[in-house]
Write a protein that binds this ligand. Structure first.
Ligand code: 2BA
Length: 107
């Protein structure tokens, strides 16, 4: 048995957990915060049989593809002067750890 820890952006977390539960994986979602950006993200805990790990990773990847989005940004020049312009930002992606499970109990 394996434990998958998948860190995904909050925007993708619903789609990822729906895709996993639809395929009969059991999922726990934790609200977490990235240490670098200090922005919220979601960590999924999924335990499953060894032979189901690859499929879970595929599903997570499908629903959290790294992509570029254009968002409005504002720059301040002189006092009281602002300009709004679009910037491209990278969103999505997943960081996945797969661990061996030594014991599993449901009491
Ligand atoms: P990613 O590498 O896609 O990581 C997204 C989030 O996944 C991270 O959020 C963190 O919560 C988690 N994560 C990634 N690698 C991990 C690991 N080895 N162990 C534990 N958790 C891990 P943030 O820490 O807020 O980072 C957001 C993005 O900032 C990262 O995206 C990466 O592109 C960049 N980044 C992170 N640390 C950096 C650093 N020291 N220098 C430059 N860029 C960094």
């Amino acid at each position: 048995m394996k434990l998958i820890l998948a860190i995904v952006s909050n925007d993708d977390s619903s789609a990822v957990s729906s895709a996993l539960t639809k395929e009969n994986y059991q999922v726990t979602r934790l609200a977490t915060t990235g240490g670098f950006l200090r922005a919220g993200n979601t960590t999924m805990i999924v335990s499953c049989d060894d032979d189901k790990v690859e499929h879970a990773i595929e599903l997570i990847g499908q629903e959290s593809k790294r992509r570029t989005e254009v968002v409005p940004s504002t720059a301040a020049y002189d006092i009281g002067r602002y300009a709004s312009f679009p910037v491209e930002v990278q969103v999505g992606g997943a960081t996945i750890f797969v661990l061996d499970v030594e014991a599993f109990h449901k009491l």
